[in-house]
Design a protein around this ligand. Structure first.
Ligand code: GLA
Length: 765
């Protein structure tokens, strides 16, 4: 009897608990696009959304961050769904713990916040492969983000699974979700209304016809894929002219509600480049202007957080892997604390709020530091190997069934004299070469390297290539980013007085997956002193747990784990030198720290500091593209075109005749201050040529502060630009290396913001 009572009681308690969580704060309602405004339950509503990403915040801190956004004056949270964290292996779904998106939405609702969901399938977001799972690449001919049958089949299954979590939480069902995004900035990828239409239909099938759907793009390209029955929103950043950004939308759809679905508060950082910041005043001014005009917005990011583990992606063209911190120079910093931007923005948002904004919540934990800890136990890479295969040709990670980590490729060499050149096609991403165990150099994809000069080797010597992968590219067509060695390895040498190319075969390939579950199971084989590549483990004691920033500036390149939590990638080149360690993952008393380093430390020591170090570059060479050897002598060359561009906007310049060469150079004349947002080369039909292999080769002047180096002119981002250093005199010269001889018949050109328009002399050589 007693046990029956207990059962009934437990059932009632469970029902009460379940109702308490699921009970709608807002009640069942509607959210629609009305005449020039959104309508919430039929009443005009301005969306003030804070973009936050639940996997970038430790779950115990979710509620604090939500309350921070609310106290800032936001009424909505905007979130991406990252397919690859929810379906790590094909068909295996995970919506638990830090992945429990429904719990996050319910927490938002508990605090009276609405939610906008952006379920992809592609999201960009400086996240590994833009959120797509790596295992899709096992199908070699897959067409990502297109109507490829396998891709679409997997998308539908994934969206269905997300729907099982979120469909009960739409506003029509009494939940907080008011709107959902279809795909993400498809105009930066292609033109395919049918594909975008299929994604829309998939979401309609899952959520029904009542949920408002929208698609976001840039003002320059939103019309390319705009579907008639979706709301259209614009993405642009701090410092933009708000009226210009909406002008085209207003003319095409005069009665559309206006929304900036990504107003970029700051920007993301890449390994080897300076930390990015954007002025607080510009951001606040932009929001103020939008609210004056009744324009809705989502502030991307309001709180960026951290790309823990191996989840940071990489930008393209070129290969520019993102750092672990996703601080983004946002109003709420990586640790969840308010910044100067927060307070300024809060004042502005208070102006537009009828009631007094809620108090700013206290941080869940304090900040701590801890002194140097020496990691005394170490284990070499060889001892960390998971599987080994023998293969005539090299294999990429995907063919080895490994998503992330390191692969070790070894083969026996023929005799080679001094000066032979090793070429890795293609090195994804960081290759260290060894002959008979002695390191002979590295090939770094970030620097556009593929080759390495070998020392003389004897027949029978062993060549070993240790290839560590970074995040997969998350932007542009290059998202199909295989890891490891993707094609082949050759040696160019002299044989009997002639140049010969030897394609190296017969490889032994070993894998080291990067997960804690794999690395922590290996027995330790060495103790200090040790300084080579490997896994290093130590313990430290804390009197009290708290948030801290673990300094790794003496280490080489790899990943950090604390108490089994993967905190992210580090790389000595910076700019990020500390990794955020949330206090909720630390213990009062003993803690375990584990560093996986493919290069090896200068000193096997870490310490915890109370402030991050996000802006310390330790580069072997300058971030500027001004190597004197790269400056061409164009004095006697004839330009293919001399042009006088307009001050602003996209412009096309056709050449009188196509010109062929590997380098595209522009000399800017008549103006000291020059800016350039984007540059494309065109083929004879006026089509933009691929910039996949383009590298910023030379610029006589670049402004390092604010990251206005030449690569910004070919990074697919209209919101970033190259600009000359103040005070450096005209003429200015830039050179792009197109990677191979190319026939160029014209250029597409978008200047940055500038007061004067320079003259242009264009060369192809
Ligand atoms: C675009 C994408 C976002 C993000 C930002 C840059 O707007 O939609 O996911 O990548 O760029 O941070």
């Amino acid at each position: 009897m007693k046990s029956l009572f207990r059962l009934v009681y437990a059932a009632i308690a469970a029902m009460v608990a379940c109702c308490a969580v699921a009970a709608p704060v807002h009640g069942s309602g509607t959210f629609t696009a009305g005449d020039k405004t959104f309508l919430l339950n039929g009443t005009p509503f301005i969306v003030k959304a804070a973009e936050v990403h639940y996997p970038r915040i430790p779950q115990p801190y979710w509620e604090h961050r939500i309350k921070m956004c609310k106290s800032l004056g936001m009424n909505t949270l905007c979130l991406y769904v990252f397919w690859n964290i929810h379906e790590p292996k094909e068909g295996q779904f995970d919506f638990s713990g830090n992945n429990d998106i429904a719990a996050f939405c319910r927490l938002a609702q508990k605090h009276g916040m609405y939610v906008i969901v952006r379920p992809g399938p592609y999201v960009c977001a400086e996240w590994e492969m833009g959120g797509l799972p790596w295992w899709l690449l096992k199908k070699k001919d897959i067409r990502l983000r297109e109507r490829d049958p396998y891709f679409m089949e997997r998308v539908k299954i994934f969206e269905q699974k997300v729907g099982e979590q979120l469909a009960p939480l739409t506003i029509a069902n009494g939940g907080p979700i008011i709107m959902m995004q279809v795909e993400n900035e498809y105009g930066s990828y292609g033109e395919d209304k049918q594909y975008v239409g299929e994604i829309r239909n998939t979401l309609r099938d899952v959520y029904g016809k009542d949920l408002t759907l929208f698609q976001c793009d840039w003002s320059s390209n939103f019309h390319l894929n705009g579907l008639d029955d979706l709301v259209w929103t614009m993405n642009f950043g701090t410092g933009s002219n708000i009226d210009e950004q909406f002008a085209r939308l207003k003319s095409m759809r005069p009665s559309s509600p206006l929304m900036c679905s990504e107003f970029w508060s700051g920007w993301f950082d890449k390994w080897g480049a300076r930390h990015e910041t954007r002025p607080a005043a510009d951001m606040v001014d932009g929001i103020d202007q939008m609210l004056q005009r009744g324009i809705s917005f989502s502030l991307y990011m309001t709180h960026g957080g951290t790309s823990f583990g191996h989840w940071a992606g990489a930008n393209s063209p070129g290969f520019a892997p993102d750092v672990t911190s996703y601080d983004y120079d946002a109003p709420i910093n990586e640790q969840g604390a308010p910044t100067e931007k927060f307070w300024l923005l809060r004042n502005t948002l208070q102006k537009y709020s009828k009631s007094k904004l809620p108090a700013v919540p206290k941080a869940p934990m304090g900040t701590i530091s801890f002194p140097g800890v020496t990691l005394t136990r170490a284990i070499t890479l060889d001892a960390l190997v998971d599987t080994t295969v023998h293969s005539r040709d090299v294999k990429c990670f995907e063919d080895l069934d490994m998503g992330w980590g390191t692969a070790i490729y070894s083969t026996i060499m023929p005799a080679l004299g001094e000066g032979a050149m090793l070429t890795v096609n293609e090195p994804h991403d960081y290759v260290q070469a060894y002959v008979n165990g002695t390191r002979v150099g590295s090939i770094d994809r970030v620097l556009g390297e593929r080759t390495l000069a070998l020392p003389a080797v004897n027949r029978g010597d062993t060549l070993t290539l240790v290839v560590e992968a970074m995040g997969r590219i998350n932007f542009g067509r290059a998202i199909k980013d295989y890891k490891g060695i993707t094609q082949d390895v050759t040696v160019t040498c002299e044989l009997d007085g002639n140049e010969a190319v030897i394609n190296l075969k017969d490889w032994t390939i070993s894998t080291i997956p990067d997960g804690y579950d794999h690395l922590s199971t290996k027995p330790f084989v060495t103790t200090l002193p040790q300084s080579g590549p490997g896994l290093y483990v130590g313990k430290f004691n804390l009197k009290k747990a708290g948030d801290t920033f673990i300094n790794l500036q003496h280490w080489g390149k790899g990943q950090l784990f604390v108490n089994g939590h993967a905190l992210g990638r580090f790389w000595s080149i910076g700019p990020q030198q500390t990794l955020y360690c949330p206090g909720c993952w630390l213990n009062k008393g003993e803690n375990e720290i584990m560093v996986y380093d493919v290069v090896g430390p200068a000193k096997a020591e870490v310490w915890g500091q109370d402030k991050p170090e996000l802006d310390l570059l330790q580069l072997p060479k300058s971030a500027k593209h001004n190597a004197p050897g790269n400056r061409p002598d164009l004095n006697s060359a004839t330009p293919v075109l001399v042009a006088t561009p307009a001050l602003a906007g996209w412009q096309t310049f056709g050449f009188p005749a196509a010109a062929t060469g590997r380098y595209l150079a522009i000399e800017f004349t008549g103006s000291d201050a020059v800016t350039l947002s984007e540059l494309y080369a065109l083929d004879a039909r006026g089509k933009r040529l691929s910039r996949e292999n383009w590298v910023a080769h030379y610029a006589d002047s670049e402004l390092l502060a604010g990251n206005h180096t030449l690569d910004k002119a070919i990074d697919l981002q209209e919101s970033t630009h190259w600009c000359t250093e103040p005070g450096s005199p005209a003429p200015h010269l830039i050179v792009i290396d197109m990677g191979e001889k190319t026939s160029v018949a014209g250029i597409d050109y978008l200047p940055g913001k500038s007061l004067t328009a320079p003259g242009m002399r264009i060369f192809v050589y």
